[in-house]
Design a protein around this ligand. Sequence first.
Ligand SMILES: NC(=O)C1=CN([C@@H]2O[C@H](COP(=O)(O)OP(=O)(O)OC[C@H]3O[C@@H](n4cnc5c(N)ncnc54)[C@H](OP(=O)(O)O)[C@@H]3O)[C@@H](O)[C@H]2O)C=CC1
Ligand SMILES: O=C(O)[C@@H]1CCC=N1
Length: 261
Amino acid sequence: MKIAVIGAGAMGGAMAEGFVHSGRFLPSDITVSAPHESTLERFAALGIRTTTDNRHAAEGADVVIVAVKPWLVENVISGIKPMLDYSTQTVVSVAAGVSGDRLTAMLAKEDGSRPETFIAIPNIAISVGCSMTFIVAVNGDATATENIEDMFNSVGSSLIVDEHLLGAGTALASCGIAYAMRYVRAASEGGVELGFKAGAARDIVLQTVKGAVALLQANGNHPEAEIDKVTTPGGLTIRGLNEMERAGFTNAVIRGLVGSK
Ligand SMILES: NC(=O)C1=CN([C@@H]2O[C@H](COP(=O)(O)OP(=O)(O)OC[C@H]3O[C@@H](n4cnc5c(N)ncnc54)[C@H](OP(=O)(O)O)[C@@H]3O)[C@@H](O)[C@H]2O)C=CC1
Ligand SMILES: O=C(O)[C@@H]1CCC=N1
């Protein structure tokens, strides 16, 4: 499968790197485009094909991924639309907040034809094969949907959702990875105040978070059931948890998620 990634910033770049590191795709099967040569150099160093011409990138690709800022999607699509072959090429937008209806309108040709079209919202861990990606089949038959799902499953997990859940998914997983990292930062800073050097505190927090994830994935328990095993009655953990809640921990997380939807 040949993939064109239009836009080589944080997300486009992470996707290109992830696809190559997955081992599923040859670097030469990926083409990345961006307006500035300087943006493209690090991809060329990985053997990825690069170009400053979006049309050239899209030419011959089975899947064209649009990974520019939301307000540039229309312009980018109108630039490549005349040479897209809708009978063979699938278009995927990763732009947050650009609806399926808008994409369909942007992509429609004068004869009314439209390509297999998807919205996919990954998160930045796609670069290391650990994305949580939400996929909406805007106009996708079963085979195309399977292909797109397969492509994103090669770089993490994916979930097909109705479009009305996309904002929630974006907040929880794509913005959410930043929120998880903010917890890591906060806990690391706490670790320094408690006496560890910064690097050691970070490593300790990462191993602790890894342990929490591994436990929950292994037994499928609700987090509170695992927390109950840690909170020795009258012990230390419940004092810490209650202090965190007094400072608004759960409320702050939920407000952050709802605020980013
Ligand atoms: N960052 C994230 O975690 C996530 C982002 N997204 C979505 O991904 C999209 C990109 O976001 P992000 O990567 O963060 O943004 P960035 O600003 O990091 O990247 C945008 C990229 O687009 C390139 N670009 C600008 N204009 C054009 C053009 N006309 N043709 C081709 N490329 C162009 C820029 O090139 P240059 O550098 O040369 O100027 C840059 O490489 C957004 O729509 C966002 O909603 C979705 C999920 C998560
Ligand atoms: O902050 C943003 O708008 C993008 C979309 C989701 C994650 N980053």
